[in-house]
Structure formats: structure tokens, C-alpha cells
Design a protein around this ligand. Structure first.
Ligand SMILES: Cc1cc2nc3c(=O)[nH]c(=O)nc-3n(C[C@H](O)[C@H](O)[C@H](O)COP(=O)(O)OP(=O)(O)OC[C@H]3O[C@@H](n4cnc5c(N)ncnc54)[C@H](O)[C@@H]3O)c2cc1C
Length: 282
């Protein structure tokens, strides 16, 4: 099955996925701003709902919102469901968290903003219901995994969500305690480094965990003294020689492509590099 293959930048039709999935009705417990354009949604899932650490699910928005959107923007959406990664450990069920960035229109394009992220940012409130599919994906399943090998996590922007979920899970379950785990997290400015305080707390508490945040375009008020540049370049510089590690990547398609190139250039086997599939608009 397409989703099971490692290391390929795979295009998957969301319409196709949506048709095959079962949906559970979650209750919204909280909606919280993590940055000016990113919200964290805390959900209370049904008792029998399960997912694996690092997975994503499709979130389906209400038909009434879609119909109103079609009327407002003259669009022709039918069922609308988009993938969002779980940013929490399944050990916390029935609580599950997702992190959603508001998708604005591309620069200089007179087109509507993103429909699902607009719904989540402007309509969703505690007490509402939200339809969430079964867990999908196998980000955490590395091929010939070796218990002594380092784990390198590389995130761009809200791509940090599934990696935060994995870290949350590993620390709760005390797994990978003997492995060095590095998180490289790239964002534009300091305000975009969502969950930064959490990652710093984990780094202070767990001696095997190293956190390397980097900004690509720090604002003067950021007073940033950390790493700068795109996260693939920061990763490249940090490990100047060959590297033996399991590498998990999450971010924009471009960021994932560039990071795969860096990892492969360090001699990392394809079976040791993983990322989620890339979405293709239905
Ligand atoms: C495996 C996976 C996991 C993901 N996890 C997360 C996550 O954890 N958090 C997260 O925030 N996102 C995540 N995403 C991205 C997410 O699924 C959505 O793609 C994103 O939120 C945008 O969805 P939307 O419905 O708001 O936008 P859409 O309505 O799909 O629009 C997307 C973009 O197209 C623009 N657009 C609209 N109409 C046009 C047009 N006519 N011409 C050109 N452009 C147009 C919109 O302005 C918007 O910028 C993930 C994606 C994948 C594939």
C-alpha cells in the first residue's frame, strides 16, 4: 500500500483516502493559540478510539460550513477532509491534540484561504463536535532499526506536530532511553517556534535529548543567538561527516525533499529515512 512505503515523496489523493476511512466523533475540549496563525485543538476522543504515536488522521468539517463557503467563494467543494498529525501521545487518550496552521491565500493570488484551517481557526470552539478518521501512516516505523543508533528528528513549521507527539510518547513510555535523540526544528521567526518551551523542558530533563531550534529569518526583536538558516542546511552543518541514524522528517514538501538529500549525502540508508506522504489536492 502506498502509505507504507518509506522514503518516497508519495502523492496521495485525499478524496480517495477520505472515502475509505471510518470517522469518530470527537468533542472539542479546548482551542488555544500557539502563535498568531497556529492553534492547538485538544480533543476528547470516544473511549474505543486508538492511534499510533506519530500518525495523522483526516479531519472532516461540517457540510453546512462547506455549503456556506461554496456560496461565499463560488467554489464547488463536496466532502472536505484534510490530514492533521497527532501532536500528543496515544497514552493520553481519550485526550488527543492536533496543531493547525491557518492556510492563507498564496502571495498575490486572489483566491480563498484554506477552507479547513479557516473553519478550525474561526468557528471551532469548546463543546463542538469534530469528525476525525482512524489513525493513518507509519512515520515512527524505521526499517532495520538498531537500538544503539541515534534518532534524528527534523521539523519545519507545524511539521513539528507529529514529532512532538512521538517525543511525548517516548518520554511517557520511557522508550529509546539509551538512544541519542536530536530534534532539529526550523521556523521563520521566534514566534513561529511553537512548543519551544516544552522542547527546552524536555532537553533539560532528559540527558539523551538534544534540541536544536533554528530561525530562517529572525526579526530584530527576536534577539536570536541560536542557529540560523533553513533547517536542512543547519542539519548538514551540525553533522559534517557521515552519520548513522534513523531520520524522521516532517514539514513542507520542499523542506522534506531537501532534508532527504542531506541525509542521503551523509550515507544514511533509505530504509532509515521516513516522512509522511505529501498531500495532493482532490
Ligand atoms: C500527512 C499530512 C499531515 C499534515 N499535518 C498537518 C498538521 O499537523 N498541521 C497543519 O497545520 N497542517 C497539516 N497538514 C496540512 C493540512 O492537511 C492541510 O493541507 C492544510 O491545513 C490546508 O488545508 P485547508 O483545507 O485549510 O486549505 P485548502 O482549502 O486545501 O487550500 C490550500 C491552499 O490553497 C489555496 N487556494 C485555495 N483556492 C485556490 C485556488 N483556486 N488556486 C490556488 N490556490 C488556492 C488556499 O489559500 C490555501 O493556501 C498535513 C498534511 C499532510 C499531507
Amino acid at each position: 500500500m502506498i502509505l507504507g512505503r518509506a522514503c518516497l515523496l508519495v502523492a496521495v489523493s485525499v478524496t480517495q483516502l477520505a472515502a475509505q476511512r471510518h470517522y469518530a466523533t470527537a468533542k472539542v475540549a479546548a482551542v488555544e493559540s500557539l502563535s498568531p496563525n497556529v492553534k492547538r485543538v485538544r480533543l476528547r476522543m470516544p473511549r474505543d478510539y486508538r492511534f499510533e504515536a506519530g500518525q495523522f488522521a483526516l479531519v472532516r468539517i461540517p457540510k453546512t460550513f462547506v455549503e456556506a463557503w461554496n456560496a461565499k467563494y463560488k467554489t464547488s467543494h463536496r466532502e472536505v477532509a484534510r490530514p492533521y498529525s497527532f501532536a500528543s501521545s496515544p497514552k493520553r487518550l481519550p485526550v488527543a491534540e492536533i496543531i493547525v496552521q491557518l492556510a492563507g491565500p498564496p502571495p498575490n493570488r486572489d483566491v480563498p484561504p484554506g477552507i479547513t484551517s479557516t473553519y478550525i481557526h474561526t468557528e471551532l470552539k469548546p463543546g463542538d463536535s469534530l469528525e476525525v478518521s482512524d489513525g493513518i501512516g507509519s512515520l515512527a516505523k524505521t526499517g532495520a532499526s538498531d537500538a544503539s543508533r541515534a534518532i534524528v528528528l527534523v521539523a519545519g513549521g507545524t511539521g513539528v506536530a507529529p514529532l512532538a507527539g512521538l517525543l511525548d510518547h517516548w518520554f511517557r513510555t520511557k522508550s529509546h532511553k539509551r538512544r541519542k535523540v536530536c530534534l532539529f526544528f526550523g521556523a521563520r521567526q521566534r514566534r513561529d517556534l511553537i512548543l519551544d518551551a516544552q522542547f527546552r523542558r524536555w532537553a533539560a530533563k532528559h540527558s539523551n535529548f538534544i534540541y536544536i531550534p533554528a530561525l530562517s529569518d529572525p526579526a530584530p526583536q527576536d534577539q536570536w543567538t541560536g542557529a540560523t538558516g533553513f533547517i536542512n542546511a543547519v542539519l548538514d552543518k551540525h553533522f559534517p561527516d557521515t552519520l548513522d541514524a534513523d531520520v524522521l522528517i516532517a514539514g513542507s514538501p520542499r523542506m522534506m525533499q531537501e532534508t532527504v538529500k542531506v541525509a542521503e549525502a551523509k550515507g544514511i540508508q533509505k530504509s532509515q529515512i521516513r516522512h509522511d506522504p505529501i498531500q495532493v489536492a482532490p
